[in-house]
Design a protein around this ligand. Structure first.
Ligand code: NAI
Length: 361
């Protein structure tokens, strides 16, 4: 049976790495009907938006998409297409496995942990008020009436909404993932000692959900201690579940433990759709040169194959990537540099994909 998948090449190195990914997936023998849709700065002029309606409709139809990174202008211009996609499809679970790869240049070997980040609530909800806005004065009145310490004149305010339902579904997702993937422990990460209401609600909900999964161990860690633990002894962790902002930051820490952004795959999962993508951005500094590392995008495709019920093909893709990285011959400049201290002898994006395809066969 042919799987319908929307492919969004994206900006910068996106077209290069998604092309490499697509060739590897096809070589793995999975029958996919690709619906290629353009989004990002490349369509701004034509459609007046980086995320045209017809792209949303295509993802809605297929239910599964894989994308390259999309550039977000800093401070001005359009808002993040990635955040818009997560909101539109309520992609509440961001899943980022951190798995050591041969030659990833990391200080650690054999790291195998998974970060499950809540994707829709928390300070990331983007509810903000500028200094002097009437809403800030209203909030100041509210705080004063509640008997709490008033905030300083001229403050900007961000709102941190955390709900019981939002916390419950992400923690349940983490436990279901742990069960499905044979994992032993879930750790809830929070700052409930200080934010007793918001993070406190997240933690209390996590404890209640954990009681429904007696077969999976559970503990919790304060986010600062968790970061130290990840750097000092990452092997103590298995599945981590975090509210949005901590999840965002700890994901990059996790990527750093396994060789950096070029190695870190990811998935954004909701009830109606799932969108797969590498953790890294559009890398404008190396775009168009054919030298980007497509590993993270190819490993994201392996996660997509798992999601499509093509677990055997997913495993073959992961094994082929491991084999090429372990040989250390046909690897991109970032990997070569991590291995030997110099990019000399590196191959390009498509040559790396060719090596993975050869290993698949
Ligand atoms: P970035 O991840 O694009 O680049 C950071 C550094 O890592 C650069 O030196 C880059 O060359 C290198 N790098 C990244 N991916 C690589 C790969 N596959 N192979 C080899 N080297 C790689 O982060 P940056 O520069 O902060 O962001 C650039 C743009 O990407 C921004 O507009 C940002 O908003 C956007 N972005 C988009 C994301 C998405 O679409 N999911 C995620 C993160 C950032």
């Amino acid at each position: 049976m042919s799987h319908q998948v929307v492919l969004i090449p994206g900006d910068g190195i996106g077209p290069e790495i998604t092309e490499a990914m697509r060739r590897v997936v096809e070589a793995a023998g999975v029958d996919i009907a690709w619906d290629v849709q353009q989004a990002g700065s490349c369509v701004m002029e034509e459609f007046g938006t980086p995320l045209p309606e017809h792209v949303l409709a295509a993802v809605e139809r297929a239910g599964v998409a894989i994308k390259g990174p999309i550039t977000t202008p800093v401070g001005t211009g359009f808002r993040s297409v990635n955040v818009a996609l997560r909101r539109h499809f309520d992609l509440y679970a961001c899943v980022r496995p951190c798995l050591s790869q041969p030659g990833d240049g990391s200080r650690y070997r054999d790291i195998d942990l998974v970060i499950v980040r809540e994707n829709t609530e928390d300070l990331y909800a983007g509810i903000e008020f500028a200094p002097g806005a009437p809403e800030v004065a209203e909030l100041a009145g509210l705080v004063e009436r509640s008997g709490q310490e008033p905030f300083r004149e001229g403050s900007a305010i961000s709102v941190k909404p955390v709900s019981e339902a939002g916390s419950r579904r992400i923690v349940e997702y983490a436990f279901e993932y742990a069960r499905r993937c044979g994992r032993k422990k879930v750790t809830a990460v929070h700052k409930a000692n200080i934010m007793k209401e918001t993070d406190g609600l997240f933690l209390r909900t996590a404890r209640a959900v954990a009681a429904e999964y007696p077969d999976i161990a559970f503990d919790d860690k304060i986010v600062d201690a968790c970061c130290m633990g990840l750097v000092q002894d990452p092997h103590q962790f298995d599945v981590l579940v975090l509210p949005n902002l901590y999840g965002d930051i700890v994901s990059d820490l996790g990527a750093g433990l396994v060789g950096g952004l070029g190695m870190a795959p990811g998935a954004n999962i909701g009830a109606r759709a799932a969108i797969f993508e590498a953790t890294h951005g559009s890398a404008p500094d190396i775009a168009g040169r054919g030298i980007a590392n497509p590993t993270a995008e190819i490993l994201s495709a392996a996660m997509m194959l798992d999601h499509l019920g093509e677990g055997a093909a997913a495993e073959r893709v992961r094994a082929a990537v491991r084999e090429v990285l372990a040989a250390g011959e046909q690897v991109t400049g970032d990997v070569r540099r991590a291995l030997t201290g110099s990019a000399e002898g590196a191959v390009g994006t498509q040559a790396f994909a060719d090596a993975v395809i050869a290993a698949l066969r």
